[in-house]
Design a protein around this ligand. Structure first.
Ligand code: SF4
Ligand code: F3S
Ligand code: FES
Length: 260
C-alpha cells in the first residue's frame, strides 16, 4: 500500500477567495498501487472536499470526458494507475493534477469544451452521400483495403488530449487542432463519403492543417494510440499534391495519399 499526495490546481470564479487559480494538496493513506487517478479524485471528493469539480462518466476510457494533465502530461484520469507513477517502489508519492491547457477553465479540473467542439463541427464530421443506396437495398460496400485507410482515425473519443497538448493550439485557438483533423481524416478517406472536397477546402484555409508545425505532442497524448501526426500528414499531403489552387477532386485525394 502507498500514501499519495495529490497536488491539484483549483479555481472557483464564484468564490470570494478562490477567483485566482491556486494549488491545494490532499493526502490519501493506504492507496492500492492499482488505484487509478480517477479513484483518488473520487476519494478526495467523497471523503475530504465535496467542492472539488471534475468531469467523468464511463470510468473506463471510452467517453473521453476526464482528460486532465497528470504530472505535466495529458491523460485520462481513469486510465492512469498510480503504479505507473512510482507507487510500486515508494511508500509515498506525489502526483500533480491540473486542467488541460488552452481551453477556459470553468471550475477546478473542468474546462469549457465548447471551443474544441466548435472546431470539431467546422470539419463536417458526419457521413455525406446523397446518392441513392445500392439497388440491393443493403449498405454501401467497401473493400477491406479501403476500410483500412481510415481505420485508425475511427478510434477517436474526442477527449481533447491531443488538441490541448499542441503548442500551435495554445498559441492560436483558431487553429482547428489535431482532433478536428483526425475526425476529418476519418471521413475524407472513406470511399463511401462524398464530402471530402469540402473538408479539404476547409482544412486548406489558414486555420487548418498548415498551423500544424509537426511538433508531435499530439501523438503520445492520445489515449487511443491513434497516429495523430501521421493522419495530419496524410491530409497535408493530399492538399499539397493535389491542390495548387486549393481546389481538388475527391478521387485524386483518395488515390494519391496511400500510393505515396
Ligand atoms: Fe483524444 Fe486521440 Fe481523439 Fe485526440 S485523436 S481527441 S487524443 S482520442
Ligand atoms: Fe500540434 Fe501535433 Fe501538429 S502537437 S503542431 S498538431 S503534430
Ligand atoms: Fe470516460 Fe475516463 S471517464 S474516458
Amino acid at each position: 500500500m502507498v500514501d499519495v499526495t495529490l497536488r491539484i490546481r483549483r479555481y472557483n470564479p464564484e468564490h470570494a477567495t478562490q477567483k485566482k487559480p491556486y494549488w491545494e494538496e490532499f493526502t490519501l493513506k493506504n492507496c492500492d498501487p492499482t488505484d487509478r487517478i480517477l479513484d483518488l479524485l473520487h476519494r478526495i471528493k467523497w471523503e475530504q472536499d465535496g467542492t472539488l469539480a471534475m468531469r467523468r462518466s464511463c470510468a473506463h476510457g471510452v467517453c473521453g470526458s476526464d482528460a486532465v494533465r497528470i504530472n505535466g502530461r495529458n491523460r485520462l484520469a481513469c486510465k492512469v494507475l498510480i503504479n505507473e507513477l512510482g507507487a510500486e517502489s515508494q511508500a509515498h508519492i506525489k502526483v500533480q493534477v491540473e486542467p488541460i491547457l488552452g481551453l477556459p477553465i470553468q471550475k477546478d479540473l473542468i474546462v469549457d469544451m465548447e471551443p474544441f467542439f466548435a472546431h470539431y463541427r467546422e470539419v463536417m464530421p458526419f457521413f455525406i452521400n446523397d446518392e441513392p443506396v445500392p439497388a440491393n437495398g443493403r449498405e454501401r460496400l467497401q473493400t477491406k483495403e479501403d476500410r483500412a485507410k481510415f481505420d485508425d482515425t475511427t478510434k477517436c473519443i474526442l477527449c481533447a488530449c491531443c488538441t490541448t497538448s499542441c503548442p500551435s493550439f495554445w498559441a492560436n485557438g483558431k487553429y482547428v487542432g489535431p482532433a478536428a483533423i483526425v475526425q476529418a481524416h476519418r471521413f475524407i478517406f472513406d470511399t463511401r463519403d462524398k464530402g471530402a472536397q469540402e473538408r479539404i477546402n476547409i482544412l486548406a484555409e489558414p486555420n487548418g492543417v498548415w498551423r500544424c508545425r509537426t511538433i508531435f505532442n499530439c501523438t503520445p497524448a492520445c489515449p487511443r494510440e491513434i497516429e495523430v501526426t501521421k493522419a495530419i500528414g496524410e491530409v497535408k499531403l493530399a492538399i499539397q499534391k493535389n491542390s495548387p489552387d486549393g481546389i481538388i477532386k475527391i478521387t485524386e485525394i483518395k488515390e494519391v495519399v496511400f500510393s505515396s
